[in-house]
Design a protein around this ligand. Structure first.
Ligand SMILES: Cc1cc2nc3c(=O)[nH]c(=O)nc-3n(C[C@H](O)[C@H](O)[C@H](O)COP(=O)(O)OP(=O)(O)OC[C@H]3O[C@@H](n4cnc5c(N)ncnc54)[C@H](O)[C@@H]3O)c2cc1C
Length: 406
């Protein structure tokens, strides 16, 4: 069986499903191929390990494609404050508060599954979109204008435009012969889902230490997600401890403001690497989200920039189609690349700079860092800029406005 679509999106994760929803109700026929449908959400379930800090810009995109209500009706935790400091120097902390720039909050911490479920639910309401799940992709044959995705059940899905939203190991990217620049940060992120003695909090904080940051992300109720960045060896050692020993290490290492930990619900770890596709587009193919870029999660920006890709790519396709241009052509797709690649590169370089500056134990640099935190605390315009950056309100957002106007 051979089925043809105008657009085939491989990967129905947060980014792929957003692109699909943005193309909902258009004249384009769209297929989303996703390997796994996430388990349904129930309020009584404990929080998932995978959570993301979602910026105001990302919230706007999810709202625009009709998925934000689904997120709110499931589970989120808004945060109003963000605090950063270096080991033993909480006095020199910088605290960002949303009220200071007239916003109710800086963003939300949301389980990735909640976002994905809300999007998948939304996209199934559109007549022009087919969700093929579980997809079981066997082979991808890239050919500009008529790429073929062969499924394990022998179905062939033919795409005028193939979109890679299939994550860091993207098979679409590989099939299209697009290379990446990459290196491993010599750091893993150990994520622990816990309940604490404090009721629901409205602050996310991060303490920088010589081996990597320690981060607290508030979740609904008295739940929290802790991220312990450390060397691969240390993380492997921590993962081998039993729950009691691990809790003891958490209490000994995390700052006092964490309060008591009542329960450890789950833990897992993620090797961290930086990866950037050499190009985001070729004739008849476009990459978005982690298939195009993977960045250090210390400032929680990976999916936020992925959702900006999603909005920009959908806008580029819809605009071309509206004016009768070929949306699979390299020249049209390069317009998307121009909007996103440089912006994402700057974000990656900023994360690298943070990683390098804070993992360096050079004494004068340490002094400078603390002066920096102290100054940042006192210089209001600088603080406001950082807040806008964290909220996704700094930098280019043209795709949003344009998409709304279509
Ligand atoms: C520890 C950690 C913390 C993070 N915290 C944050 C944060 O706070 N804020 C933030 O913005 N980002 C954060 N990130 C980054 C964020 O998780 C990623 O950027 C985001 O998940 C990328 O979304 P995506 O849809 O592009 O890719 P993915 O999430 O990888 O989704 C890809 C989808 O494609 C599907 N798929 C893959 N291959 C195929 C195939 N062949 N056929 C069919 N389907 C396929 C998969 O099943 C999946 O559903 C964090 C990352 C880590 C590791």
């Amino acid at each position: 069986m051979n089925t043809r679509y105008d657009v085939v999106i491989v990967g129905g994760g947060m980014v792929g499903a957003t692109i699909a929803c943005a193309l909902g109700d258009s004249d384009l026929s769209v297929a989303v191929l996703e390997n796994f449908y996430p388990p349904e959400f129930e309020a009584a379930q404990p929080n998932d390990l995978r959570v993301s800090a979602i910026s105001i810009a990302s919230q706007n995109i999810l709202q625009m494609v009709g998925a934000w209500d689904g997120v709110l009706s499931r589970r989120t935790c808004p945060y109003r404050r963000m605090k950063v400091w270096e080991s033993n120097e909480e006095k020199a902390a910088t605290e960002f508060i949303s009220d200071h720039i007239g916003h109710e909050y800086l963003g939300h911490i949301v389980e990735n599954r909640v976002i994905q479920l809300s999007l998948l639910e939304r996209l199934q309401a559109f007549d022009n979109i087919d969700l093929i799940c579980p997809a079981g992709v066997e082979e991808i044959d890239y050919s500009p204008g008529s790429s073929i995705v062969r499924l394990k059940d022998d179905r062939e899905i033919v795409a005028k435009l193939l979109i890679a939203a299939d994550g860091g190991e993207s098979r679409v990217r590989q099939a299209a012969g697009i290379g990446v620049h990459k290196w491993d940060y010599e750091q893993f992120a150990l994520v622990a889902s816990v309940t604490t003695a404090y009721p629901q909090q409205d602050i996310t904080w991060q303490q920088f230490t010589p081996t990597g940051p320690l981060a607290f992300l508030p979740l609904s109720g008295n739940n929290a997600s802790l991220v312990w960045y450390n060397t691969p060896n240390n993380v492997k050692r921590l993962m081998e401890l039993d729950d009691q020993q691990f809790m003891a290490e958490l209490v000994a290492t995390f700052p006092e403001c964490l309060g008591e930990i009542d329960q450890l619900l789950e833990r897992g770890f993620f090797p961290l690497r930086r990866q950037h596709a050499q190009q985001y587009v070729a004739e008849g193919v476009a990459l978005a989200g982690d298939s195009a870029h993977m960045i250090h999660p210390l400032a929680g920006q990976g999916v936020n920039i992925g959702l900006l890709d999603a909005a920009a790519l959908a806008e580029t396709i819809l605009r071309a189609q509206r004016v009768g241009e070929d949306y699979t052509s390299l020249s049209v797709l390069q317009d998307y690349e121009k909007q996103r690649r440089q912006h994402n590169l700057v974000m990656m370089q900023t994360m690298d700079a943070f990683y390098r500056v804070f993992s360096n134990q050079n004494k004068p640099l340490k002094v400078l860092r603390n002066i920096g935190f102290g100054l940042a605390e006192r210089i209001t315009p600088a603080k406001n800029k950082v807040m806008q950056f964290a909220m996704g309100l700094e930098g280019p957002l043209p795709a949003l406005a344009k998409l709304e106007a279509i």
